[in-house]
Design a protein around this ligand. Sequence first.
Ligand code: GDP
Length: 533
Amino acid sequence: MAVTSAGTPNPATIRREAARRRTFAVISHPDAGKSTLTEALALHARVIGQAGATHGKGGRRATVSDWMKMEQDRGISISSAALQFEYRDTVINLLDTPGHADFSEDTYRVLSAVDCAVMLVDAAKGLEVQTMKLFEVCRHRNIPIITVINKWDRPGLDALALMDEVFERTGLTPTPLTWPVGQSGDFRGVLDRAGGTFTRFTRTDGGATIAGEETLDAAAAEAAEGEAFTNAVEESELLDLEDQNHDQEAFLAGRTTPVMFASAVLNFGVHKLLDTLVDIAPAAEARPDRDGEPRPVDAPFSGFVFKVQAGMDTNHRDRLAYIRVCSGVFERGMVVTHASTGKPFATKYAQQVFGRDREVVDEAFPGDVVGLVNASALRVGDSLYLDKKVVFPEIPTFSPEHFMVIRAKDSSKYKQFRRGIQQLDHEGVVQVLRSDLRGDQAPVVGAVGPMQFEVAEDRMVNEFNAPCTLERLNYSLARRTTPECVSTLARERSVEVLSRSDGELLALFSDRWRLAGVEREHPDLVLEPLVVS
Ligand code: GDP
């Protein structure tokens, strides 16, 4: 069943390739500058020749990746899942995460596939709601975090105050690698805290090319920048006193977060961020399976699906399953085993989705992302392997908080309706919940954020040609229950039990008071929160 071609790279090559992979995502609150930074990183890696101000948000749909637009505008190599570029002989995989809080479940799935995160903070706003939520996810997953304070070219908070905020709100000790010379709004450059040198930034026209950088020793920096430099040195010494210096082990263990200062729009500090990713971000390493047993990177191929999406090309209505490669080498054409069914899965349609033309990928190594085309059998969380079985941990599903009944508007389109619902369920766009009582014609769809419904409705109309109506249900809370509890719960008012396609039984409640009432009355009922861990 398992076919590998002649010339498969040997274990030493695979280990070497894994060691030069850096796979990360940027987590931030909308508007902190994620798209700008992404483009700037790609620019510095010289994938693109020019970066410009193309971040207009007018009319942009939250479902459409910014990257698609970037790809069209720039002709750079992007998929809706990952941007890959080489820098200093390192392969950097930057995975895209949706910005809006309503899609935090998607973000969660993406974060299951990265080895590191860059937490991007707006210097004027500090840690915002969505940043904190995503930070919590990273912490749950023990993902090391590099913090970038962005927009230092604009008046904002004081640098030391920002460090206090990072510490107080995340519990991570900030260990700045660079320290700004000049207050926010007067960004002259950064002090490299380890070397004591000053990197001076020079504005280039509209940030259109790579920012000018020049390194000065401390004496020259003091002569050139005066108090701005001596202040930075003094503040850096304060950090020394508090032992806020980079410690690789503490960073990887999630106790500290290296911090850098940047202006993505001016390309200031972006070069240093790339160097930092290469120097200290973790490489692709052995991933633990469901039982905690690590799968060495040089073991036969394995990977897991972290995202499923309908083809973005309207002419090809295929489905793409994005795989994070965990071990071995992915070779196009190989036949792997789909862990949850035990069936062979042919990857001859596996195409690399980096790039508009979906170039065919021949090889991918641990840390890389591969898009499998026509992967209708694959669901988020599924594992694939060659030769030696491995099942990676499930990606937990969020607890839905919004519920709607969905019905086909036109009963003659029921077939299309059913197909659409199934597809959206597979992709995890919404969670589809059913019961005998409601029947298949009017299932319930659950979502973490209401915008997911808009996406679902839009796709039902435009993609599946199945116009539908959505009617809100008065539930806001779901708990996992067991078949034995169903009859008791069914007798309770404003409580409903529905089954999800992964087999979970969910009891829905209008609010936590109603839940508390039921729990009080029936202390023996199984009503467990759907945990995210
Ligand atoms: P996203 O929502 O996080 O992807 O944010 P964008 O990259 O779209 O940026 C939001 C806005 O902030 C845009 O108008 C950017 O031009 C602007 N912006 C991004 N980075 C910087 C920066 O470093 N300095 C300043 N002044 N503006 C920035």
